[in-house]
Design a binder for this molecule. Structure first.
Ligand code: DAH
Length: 359
């Protein structure tokens, strides 16, 4: 019977010694597996006399039960400590700062649009939009450019197939058609009739058949429109002087208003800002040279009438400029085409942080 007690103490100490679940399983196999020590004892039962078998069999069974209980107990302990170890090793320190995400950048055109919205927003302008695919009437006729008017040749237009009802369609050549769309809106007409004044900027895409380092067939303009009962050329001038100085961040930036011609304004003026050239490098600010940046004028009475308002009551001013162009000037970008190449290296270099506050 010393065999039995040796097997018992060896088995129990193997169970106790098992340091993890794999070692415990190995201990189980060495005792209760096919070739295990207790299994071996079971196998000897057959050879015993019935009386002996009964008595020894009971003791072997009891031993087996005892070892199984020890195995269960050890297993419970090892699994909870395995869990505790995992919990300890996989602990997440939520107070650690997060890893920085790869960040995209704001395209210079988006940035400049935000800046425009900020500056003109401070002057009471709101943001308006219109369709890129425009009908001939809004793009030209409403703006006092009737069919066969030579001014239609000022812009190389992409013509589109006419609508089913025969309406001639174009890709808008400027943002000016949104002037007409806005003045024609019932809400705006009511607001004006109630004594309000209209102030909008219209940033958006425009299209002309043109392509070189400073022209792309798709480009961006911002239109401005003010309509009320008392606006005059002095307001136009003050508004554009304030805008240019704020946008280029030069308080004493000189501006020059040159008489010009646009069919939709009378009188019309082109606006230049002061600049100088040094070693082929452009510097914006007081200097010996001028750079044209926008077109403007008092809204032509015929445009006001075309848009359903009485020009004897309402008047205002309008202006239009190239967003890409002022972005290039402000941020020293030489080739317009790079704006639209979607080259990540270019965007990382010229893009803006999304958290940079627009002015
Ligand atoms: N629409 C003109 C163009 O694309 C720009 C322009 C000039 C707009 C004078 C205006 C304006 O509103 O008053 O060339």
């Amino acid at each position: 019977m010393s065999d039995l007690s040796t097997i018992r103490s060896e088995a129990l100490s193997a169970v106790e010694a098992a340091a993890d679940l794999a070692a415990l399983d190995a201990a189980r196999v060495s005792v209760l597996g096919k070739k295990g020590s207790v299994t071996g004892l079971m196998k000897t039962l057959g050879a015993l006399a019935p009386e002996e078998r009964k008595e020894f069999g009971a003791r072997v069974n009891q031993l087996k039960g005892e070892i199984e209980t020890a195995l269960e107990a050890r297993k419970g302990m090892l699994s909870s400590s395995a869990l505790a170890a995992r919990l300890a090793s996989e602990k997440i320190d939520v107070s650690l700062p997060v890893r920085p995400e790869a960040q995209g950048t704001v395209h210079p055109i988006g940035q400049v649009m935000d800046e425009l919205a900020g500056i003109f927003g401070d002057m009471g302008f709101t943001w308006a939009e219109g369709p890129d695919i425009e009908d001939d009437w809004h793009n030209f006729t409403a703006l006092n450019i009737p069919p066969d008017h030579p001014a239609r040749q000022m812009q190389d237009t992409f013509y589109l197939p006419p609508r089913a009802d025969g309406t001639p369609m174009v890709l808008r050549t400027h943002t000016s058609p949104v002037q007409a769309r806005t003045m024609l809106s019932k809400d705006v007409q009511k607001m004006l009739a109630d004594g309000g004044s209209l102030r909008i900027i219209v940033p958006g895409r425009t299209y002309r058949i043109d392509s070189d380092a400073t022209h792309a067939p798709m480009f961006h303009q911002v239109e401005g429109l003010v309509i009320d009962r008392g606006t005059h050329m002095g307001h136009l001038k003050g508004c554009l002087v304030d805008f240019c100085r704020a946008f280029f961040e030069i308080d004493d930036l000189p501006l020059r208003f040159r008489p010009s011609y646009f069919p939709f304004t009378e009188p019309s003026a082109e606006v230049d800002i002061g600049c100088s050239w040094k070693d082929g490098e452009l510097r914006i600010g007081a200097g010996d040279s001028w750079l044209e940046i926008l077109g403007s004028g008092m809204v032509h009475p015929r445009v006001i009438a075309n848009c359903g308002l009485d020009p004897a009551i309402y008047q205002g001013f309008a202006f239009g400029m190239g967003i890409d162009r002022i972005a290039m000037l402000k941020y020293g970008i030489n080739d317009l085409r790079a704006f639209f190449d979607a080259d990540l290296r270019w965007l990382r270099n010229y893009g803006f942080s999304a958290l940079e506050m627009p002015r």
